[in-house]
Design a protein around this ligand. Sequence first.
Ligand code: ARG
Length: 576
Amino acid sequence: MPDLLHVLATRLQVAFDSVAGRTGVDPVIRLSEHADAQANGALALAKELGRNPREVAQAVLEACGSLENICSSVEVAGPGFLNLVLANGFLADELSKVAADARLGVGAVAARTVIIDYSAPNVAKEMHVGHLRTTVIGDALVRLMEHVGHRVTRENHIGDWGTPFGMLIEHLLDLGETKAADHLSLGDLDGFYKQARAKFDADDTFKDRARARVVSLQSGDAETRRLWKLLVDLSTKHFNVVYSSIGILLTDDDLMGESAYNDLLPQVITRLDALGLLRQSDGADVVFPPGYTNRDGDPLPLIVQKGQGGFNYATSDLACVIDRVERIGADLLLYVVGAPQTQHLSMVFDVARMAGWLKDPVEAVHVSFGSVLGPDRKMLKSRSGDPLKFIDLVTEAVARADEAVAAKNPDLPADERARVARMVGIGAVKYADLSTDRVRDYVFDWERMLSFDGNTAPYLQYAHARICSIFRRAGIDRSTIASVAISIVEPQERELALRILGFESAVFDTIERYSPHRLCTYLHELATAFTAFYEHCPVLKADDVTRASRLALCDLTARVMNRGLGLLGIDTPEQM
Ligand code: ARG
């Protein structure tokens, strides 16, 4: 609630200053469990004045006359805190401002140019559950950061380069282009990859062909490039099917695969060399960023050019930094990449800093995340033991949601139910992922994520749908209600009001830490406050004035829920 706290701070400042006998005392206001907010500036001020903190707090309280319209009570507590309770009239006024604001109280920030690197599957490999977190978290961060005014560029750093392409292209030639294309457009990327791999391992002539093919790919042979492009296009077509089926913003325009940096790779080496940073280690060109050691305690190098002159993953990531900073002019680089790549990214960032490619105020952040686990707490696998395919996961989510929605609302017509089931199933999977602190692992649990109770998408979506149904039942157009003045009387109304007013700070808190679970926690609290309100405060049966006010509170809750879930990439059905 930064806005409310800011208003309080500005007003309290006067009282603090008069007690201090100087200006600019910081009242240090926080949200509190004991009141709405707590000011603990008296403690520091007491030290400054050499007085007893409770006495100072009391003096501030007496000088507080000006808080009348904001607080209904101010009390000295504990070792000199001021407990502040916001006045209901003040909350009602603030709610009206939020209701009248298309942005629901969420302000904009000084724009930064932000690159969000996410999803990044590998060509000729199926998207599996391992890509879920980066895709879903990255997409939520894109939406959130764009919403507050940042200039966001999405980059899908797909793995579209490297030695496997030798065998993949040869396998494609063996099958014949048309047959290979049929095979791949069915989405069986893994099967194709496995066949190529098997031939590579078993057949020496195939292996030689594959190796020669890598050489012609790297030397830019036109026919090889054409075949390579064919593979890339067939794979990205599959990725796009996945993205659009679950409402991920990525399109072909966002593709910035490893191959996109090929022309920059030699420059990475010459620039590092000119800076005197290159060393030789086991025949490779490397850089030693300080502070990394291997198991034996020896300095750990970042390899930028292999013995035979080949570049690798680290080289393209360094090129990537150069491109993002120097060409795009980014000042914040976010890498939504799993925890296993922590050391790799950290070394890349350090080398880029040593080279001066990353320097203040440009920031690079590894937005790391844990794994999705099966019930055995090991990596989630399909029944066959392979990683669970992303597309199968979506299909199952929707099928299960369809059953859940049918059980909850048997009267919903079939086509509407199918539409709702998509939103609920996909929402449930996304929300289960986003609502876990990203740095932690979580156990993938269908029952839990599809439950209509608890911190789940269906619970939040249901709260929203329930509000829509209140309006439907009463035959009231929601747009007519948004400007009605809200009055806060009951404690449940007050609690709900405080939640609604906390939306802005939840959004900013989420963005500052790149942690969507914070917004999830907020939305769950909002839904819980709404449930309590709805149980205790009759809406349609109340007298006219109260009814209008409560309908306005319902409408505002639904708008915040819709916006909040929308920022996470989750849809809100109007009925379910
Ligand atoms: N394609 C990589 C993988 O599957 C992830 C790329 C992440 N982004 C980056 N700039 N390294 O592991």
